[in-house]
Design a protein around this ligand. Sequence first.
Ligand code: NAP
Length: 256
Amino acid sequence: MSDTRTVLVTGGTLGIGKGIARVFAKNGYNVVITARNAEKGAVVEQELKAFGRGDVMFVPGDVTSLDSMKAAVAATVEKFGGLDVLCANAGMFPSAKLDDMTEQDWDDIFDVNVKGMLFSIQAASEQLKKSKAGRIVITSSITGPITGLPGWAHYGATKSAQLGFMRTAAIEYAPFGITVNAVLPGNIYTEGLADLGEAYLKTMTSSIPMKRLGDVEDIGVAALFFAQENAGYITSQSLVVDGGQVLPETLEAVDA
Ligand code: NAP
């Protein structure tokens, strides 16, 4: 096995996952991205190759299927000889007010955001145990663990569930030298967030002390920090990356 470390980023073809993949590529990792849309994956694979000092590969994968995630890990091992870092990032964030929320809405979001995280970790754990510095980085959110947002109660529940899961996962994997940490993004400018509309983006920006939405690479930098070989004594920690969004006690405090 070469000394180049290998990362697998779920949901690595768009938004935050693509930003995470880009930061790891720039920092010399072999990067594997996985998502369902293979056509898009092939395009992003080529895009990322331009940034990388290591190699980049797209593998189709659906986090709601354990077999699919096992196949993605097997393809990773076949190409790069192992796996050192899993970024369990794939997620969805549809909105539904509580009184309109259906059982299907609830099940769908838990399937992708929580069960998908579990399956990604289960598929990767055998290889992470073989790494000399196995790392798991979960993309959670400020929504749920810290803040509330009307329309996203089910989403917030999944993002808090990820942190509850992380605390026990960190203990179970500690004997193998594997750390499990989470990045909690605030409002990060992605293709998906842009779909929420100009008014939403303007309101969000004005509530952030840094007066800008986050960039996807802001999250990549935080994930890279947890992934470092020499970060092995940091586990079960949550790193908020939100431009100070959760800090002000009042709306006026942002502009005071
Ligand atoms: P996004 O732009 O919608 O991208 C989602 C990615 O996940 C895509 O690559 C998508 O590709 C993939 N994906 C979706 N369902 C999947 C599945 N079942 N299996 C495999 N891949 C799947 O989302 P994002 O905004 O970057 O969000 C990424 C993560 O950050 C999520 O966990 C989200 O909760 C979290 N987050 C985002 C923000 C934000 O401001 N954007 C803030 C806080 C937290 P395919 O559709 O091709 O599968």
